[in-house]
Design a protein around this ligand. Structure first.
Ligand SMILES: Cc1ncc(COP(=O)(O)O)c(C=O)c1O
Length: 387
C-alpha cells in the first residue's frame, strides 16, 4: 500500500527526540502557555521572517482571531477563493462578515488575481488568499490591489508553511498570516494547533489577548475572547519537527519534480503548475528555476478526465489518492444563503470534478513515486483507448 501521507513512519524516525520532550513537558507540569509555546513562537517568527508569532488552538482559530483583530465584522466583505477548505470561510462567517468569492486560475488552483478588482465594493475590508496545496499565490499582484484599495491581507497558509514568493515566506505579506498544525500538514502536531504571524504590533497584542479570554491580565477581561491557546505539549513536539521542516519541504519538491518528469509524456494528465512557471515540467526544486517562488507541495494534485475510474484503478493497485475538494464552497449547503448557483465559478467547479491528489510525504521513495506515476499513466492510456 502506498499511503497519501505516512505519519507513523515520521514518528518512528523522530521517536526518541519526541518522546523525550513529551516527558519533559509532563514532568514540568506547566501545561498552558509554558516555555515551549514561548520558544516555539520565537522560533517560528524567526523562521518565517516576521516580528510576531502567536500560537493558537487551530488554523481556523488563527484566521478567525486575525479577522477579529482587524475589526472585520458584520456588514464587511472579505474576498477569497471558493476552492479551499471550509475553515477559510468559517472564519469569515464567524466574525459576521460575508465571503465574496472570485474564481481560480486553472493552472495553480489559486485565486485568479485578474478577477480581484471586479469583486471589490465599498464594503470590502480584506483579501484572504489561500496558498492551496502549498503553492504560493501571486502575492505581487495581491499586494498591489490591496494597497490601491486600502484593503487588509490575511493569508491562509494552512497548507504552505515554509513556501516562499520571491524569496519571502508566505504569511508575511499582509496584516496576518495563518498556519495550521493539523497532523497531516507539512508541519503537523499530535492534535489541533495553529498560529498567527504578523508584523503589526496592534494585531499581535489583540490576538494575544483574544486567544486567552480577551484579557491581558488574568481574571481581568476587556472583551469576549476565546479559549484558543496552542498547547504546551504540541509546541514541544513542533519545536522538534521544525528542525526538519526545510529538509521535508525539499523532499516534497523533489517528489513533485519526479512526478512531473514521469507524467510529462501524458498530455491527458494536467500536472500542477506554479505561478511564474509557464511549463509545469520545469524543475521546481530550485528557486532560480522559478523566479524565487518555492512551493512546498502539501499536495501533488493532478487533473484527470474520468477521475472515478482512475481513482478506483489506483485503489485496486494499493495506491491511495484523495479529492481536495469535491464541492466548491459556493455550492456548499452552509453557503446557500449567498445565492450562488452552479456555473458561477466554472474553473473551481471543474477543478472539484477533476482534481486528484497523489501520495505526497517526505519519506516517499523514488520507486514509490515511479509506481504511482506508472499506474496513473497506464490507467490514462486505457481510458483513452476506451474513449
Ligand atoms: C486551506 C485551509 N484553511 C484552513 C484550515 C483550517 O485549519 P485547522 O484544521 O487547523 O483548523 C485548513 C486545514 O485543514 C486548510 O487546509
Amino acid at each position: 500500500m502506498i499511503p497519501l501521507c505516512d505519519l507513523q513512519q515520521q514518528y518512528s524516525v523522530l521517536k526518541e527526540e519526541i518522546d523525550e520532550v513529551m516527558q519533559q513537558v509532563a514532568a514540568e507540569a506547566n501545561y498552558i502557555l509554558g516555555s515551549n509555546v514561548r520558544a516555539f513562537e520565537q522560533e517560528m517568527a524567526a523562521y518565517c521572517g516576521c516580528r510576531h508569532a502567536i500560537g493558537v488552538g487551530s488554523g481556523t482559530d488563527a484566521l478567525h482571531l486575525s479577522l477579529r483583530a482587524l475589526n472585520i465584522g458584520p456588514g464587511d466583505e472579505v474576498i477569497t477563493t471558493p476552492f479551499t477548505f471550509i475553515g477559510t470561510t468559517e472564519a469569515i462567517c464567524m466574525v459576521g462578515a460575508k465571503p465574496v468569492f472570485v474564481d481560480i486560475d486553472s493552472r495553480t488552483y489559486n485565486v485568479d488575481v485578474s478577477l480581484l478588482e471586479a469583486a471589490i465594493t465599498d464594503r470590502t475590508k480584506a483579501i484572504l488568499p489561500v496558498h492551496l496545496y502549498g503553492q504560493p499565490c501571486d502575492m505581487g499582484r495581491i499586494v498591489q490591489v490591496a494597497e490601491t484599495y486600502e484593503l487588509a491581507i490575511v493569508e491562509d497558509c494552512a497548507q504552505a508553511v515554509g513556501a516562499t514568493y520571491q524569496g519571502k515566506r508566505v504569511g508575511t505579506f499582509g496584516k496576518a498570516g495563518c498556519l495550521s498544525f493539523f497532523p497531516s500538514k507539512n508541519l503537523g502536531c499530535f492534535g489541533d494547533g495553529g498560529m498567527v504571524l504578523t508584523n503589526d504590533s496592534q494585531v499581535f497584542e489583540r490576538v494575544e489577548m483574544l486567544r486567552r479570554h480577551g484579557g491581558k491580565v488574568k481574571y481581568h477581561h476587556s472583551e469576549i475572547g476565546l479559549n484558543s491557546r496552542l498547547d504546551e505539549l504540541q509546541a514541544a513536539i513542533l519545536r522538534v519537527k521544525l528542525r526538519y521542516l526545510d529538509g521535508w519541504n525539499r523532499s516534497r519538491r523533489e517528489h513533485a519534480y519526479r512526478y512531473n518528469r514521469f507524467l510529462e509524456s501524458v498530455p491527458e494528465i494536467q500536472r500542477p503548475g506554479e505561478f511564474g512557471v509557464r511549463d509545469s515540467a520545469v524543475p521546481t526544486c530550485t528557486s532560480e528555476a522559478n523566479e524565487g517562488i518555492e512551493a512546498v507541495y502539501h499536495q501533488y494534485t493532478v487533473s484527470v478526465a474520468d477521475r472515478e475510474t482512475i481513482q478506483s484503478g489506483l485503489g485496486d493497485a494499493g495506491i491511495a489518492s484523495a479529492i481536495y475538494y469535491p464541492v466548491p464552497l459556493h455550492l456548499q449547503e452552509v453557503h446557500r444563503d449567498l445565492g450562488l448557483a452552479v456555473g458561477t465559478f466554472p474553473v473551481a467547479e471543474s477543478a472539484s470534478k477533476h482534481c486528484l491528489s497523489l501520495p505526497m510525504f517526505p519519506e516517499l521513495t523514488e520507486e514509490q513515486a515511479f509506481s504511482v506515476a506508472e499506474r496513473l499513466r497506464r490507467l490514462t492510456a486505457l481510458e483513452c483507448q476506451a474513449a
